[in-house]
Design a protein around this ligand. Structure first.
Ligand code: PCA
Length: 206
């Protein structure tokens, strides 16, 4: 399989027995969007191992687009993350029992990376189709932000390779697992078809 798009999700963590981000990544595995094959994979909720597996997959697949997904159970909309920060600060231990506090994701790395996804075009496209969506300027300081930062750090020297992070809400009647997969297909399509993001005030997207 010649996958040009990599989508990752996460295993369950904390008190949850499922994680919709994993379901979406697996549902999209081997599907085709805009002529590109998607590879979907699930990462462990472990600081070190998640970033290691992601970097290996990028090396192996050399994808033109990477979108990492995670669950943000407290949010009710699909959150398009704008910035990854170089700071781990875990509220609860990860699934390997590690609990980094106030440590950098990458020693001597830049303070933050901005997403290279066209998040405003994506937000506008999702809103138009009736999906609840928001732009977010914090992916937290747990494993999701860690993976997001590791992703942007890994892609920094790959001209033309784009990547970013999307937090998904808990599935509900309003947004089902099937809805989420459709939303993410749209996100992939817009990312592939929008070389330069639209520029409008964030509050105007609806
Ligand atoms: N959400 C967590 C880690 C894994 C996941 O799905 C987070 O937001 O950091």
């Amino acid at each position: 399989m010649n996958a040009r798009v990599l989508i990752t999700g996460f295993e369950p963590f904390g008190n949850d027995s499922t994680n919709p981000s994993a379901d979406v990544a697996l549902a999209l595995d081997e599907t085709t969007v805009a002529g590109r094959t998607i590879a979907g994979m699930v990462l462990p909720v472990e600081f070190e191992e998640s970033a290691r597996r992601l970097k290996n997959a990028i090396r192996e697949l050399d994808p033109e687009l990477v979108i990492c997904l995670g669950l943000a159970a407290s949010r009710s909309a699909i959150s398009l993350e704008r910035v990854a920060v170089n700071l781990d600060d875990a509220r609860i231990p990860d699934n390997a029992g590690q609990r980094p506090v106030d440590t950098p994701v990458v020693t001597s790395g830049p303070t933050a990376y901005l997403t290279t996804l066209p998040v405003k075009a994506m937000a506008a496209g999702l809103a138009k189709q009736g999906f609840p969506v928001e732009l977010s300027s914090s992916a937290g300081n747990y494993v999701c932000n860690h993976v997001f930062y590791a992703l942007m750090h890994a892609l920094r020297r790959h001209e033309g390779r784009r990547g970013g992070f999307v937090h998904v809400p808990t599935v509900s009647e309003r947004i089902t697992s099937a809805n989420l997969s459709e939303a993410l297909k749209l996100v992939v399509r817009i990312a592939l078809e929008t070389p330069i993001d639209i520029s409008i005030p964030a509050g105007r997207i609806d």
